[in-house]
Design a protein around this ligand. Structure first.
Ligand code: AMP
Ligand code: ZN
Length: 115
């Protein structure tokens, strides 16, 4: 399930470079090209789904596990005191890349990030 036009499919297939920080059976984690804060990571399913509304719920546990592992790693490595986990679904919600991805945004007190 690859979409030829999709930038994140190309990243999963190794056709476009990325800084990969995580991998399991069905997901990869890469550093966001325009990080909101240092360590900003995207969790991306290896298969192409438009967004979470299109992703089978059977992948839910693995997605949750990946977001927790990466959040805890960022906190342990001191890039973060906490994290925001964010998924944009459809353009009105700010989705720009139409291959499902969850943002993990490391947070520190007084980092001045707003949503
Ligand atoms: P969204 O608004 O949730 O669709 O966000 C798309 C995110 O993908 C943005 O935070 C971009 O900075 C990020 N992004 C787009 N292209 C790349 C890329 N080639 N490598 C890493 N991150 C990317
Ligand atoms: Zn894709």
């Amino acid at each position: 399930m690859t979409n030829q036009e999709c930038i994140f499919c190309k990243i999963v297939n190794g056709e476009i470079e990325s800084k990969e920080v995580y991998e399991d059976d069905n997901f990869i984690g890469i550093l966001d090209a325009n990080p909101k804060t240092p360590g900003h990571t995207l969790i991306i399913p290896k298969k192409h789904f438009r967004n979470i509304l299109d992703m089978p719920t059977t992948l839910g546990n693995e997605l949750l596990e990946a977001t927790k592992k990466i959040s805890l790693k960022l906190i342990k490595e001191k890039k973060a005191e906490g994290t925001n986990i964010l998924i944009n679904n459809e353009p009105s919600a700010g989705q720009l890349v139409f291959h499902m991805h969850a943002h993990i945004i490391p947070r520190k007190k007084n980092d001045k990030i707003t949503f």
